[in-house]
Design a protein around this ligand. Sequence first.
Ligand SMILES: [Zn+2]
Length: 60
Amino acid sequence: MLGSRLLCLFNRHRPARETVAWNGHAFVGKCKRCDAEIRRRDEGGWRRQTATEEPIFKVQ
Ligand SMILES: [Zn+2]
Protein backbone atom coordinates (compact mmCIF):
# COMPACT_ATOMS: atom_id res chain seq x y z
CA MET A 1 0.00 0.00 0.00
CA LEU A 2 1.40 3.35 -1.00
CA GLY A 3 0.67 5.04 2.33
CA SER A 4 2.58 2.49 4.38
CA ARG A 5 5.46 2.35 1.92
CA LEU A 6 5.80 6.09 2.31
CA LEU A 7 6.25 5.60 6.06
CA CYS A 8 9.17 3.27 5.31
CA LEU A 9 10.74 5.98 3.13
CA PHE A 10 10.61 8.22 6.19
CA ASN A 11 12.27 5.49 8.29
CA ARG A 12 9.11 4.55 10.18
CA HIS A 13 8.90 0.80 9.90
CA ARG A 14 6.72 -2.01 11.19
CA PRO A 15 8.35 -5.26 12.34
CA ALA A 16 7.29 -8.66 11.08
CA ARG A 17 6.36 -10.30 14.38
CA GLU A 18 8.11 -13.60 13.61
CA THR A 19 11.44 -11.84 12.97
CA VAL A 20 11.57 -9.90 16.25
CA ALA A 21 14.24 -10.97 18.73
CA TRP A 22 16.19 -9.55 21.67
CA ASN A 23 19.87 -9.16 20.77
CA GLY A 24 21.08 -8.28 24.27
CA HIS A 25 20.71 -4.53 23.73
CA ALA A 26 17.50 -3.94 21.87
CA PHE A 27 14.65 -5.61 20.06
CA VAL A 28 15.59 -6.14 16.44
CA GLY A 29 13.76 -7.53 13.46
CA LYS A 30 12.82 -7.06 9.85
CA CYS A 31 10.26 -4.68 8.48
CA LYS A 32 7.23 -6.52 7.15
CA ARG A 33 6.74 -3.89 4.45
CA CYS A 34 10.24 -3.20 3.08
CA ASP A 35 12.31 -6.04 4.63
CA ALA A 36 14.87 -3.62 6.13
CA GLU A 37 16.78 -4.63 9.23
CA ILE A 38 15.31 -2.50 11.99
CA ARG A 39 15.53 -2.05 15.73
CA ARG A 40 13.16 -0.70 18.34
CA ARG A 41 14.17 2.61 19.84
CA ASP A 42 14.02 3.22 23.59
CA GLU A 43 11.59 6.05 22.91
CA GLY A 44 9.42 3.74 20.82
CA GLY A 45 9.06 3.15 17.13
CA TRP A 46 11.16 1.09 14.77
CA ARG A 47 14.03 2.57 12.81
CA ARG A 48 16.42 1.16 10.25
CA GLN A 49 19.69 -0.19 11.61
CA THR A 50 22.56 2.27 11.18
CA ALA A 51 26.26 1.64 10.64
CA THR A 52 27.14 3.32 13.94
CA GLU A 53 25.17 0.81 15.96
CA GLU A 54 26.37 -2.64 16.89
CA PRO A 55 25.64 -5.35 14.32
CA ILE A 56 22.10 -6.58 14.27
CA PHE A 57 21.31 -10.05 15.67
CA LYS A 58 24.66 -10.08 17.48
CA VAL A 59 24.61 -12.73 20.21
CA GLN A 60 26.33 -11.89 23.46
ZN1 LIG B 1 9.92 -0.64 6.28
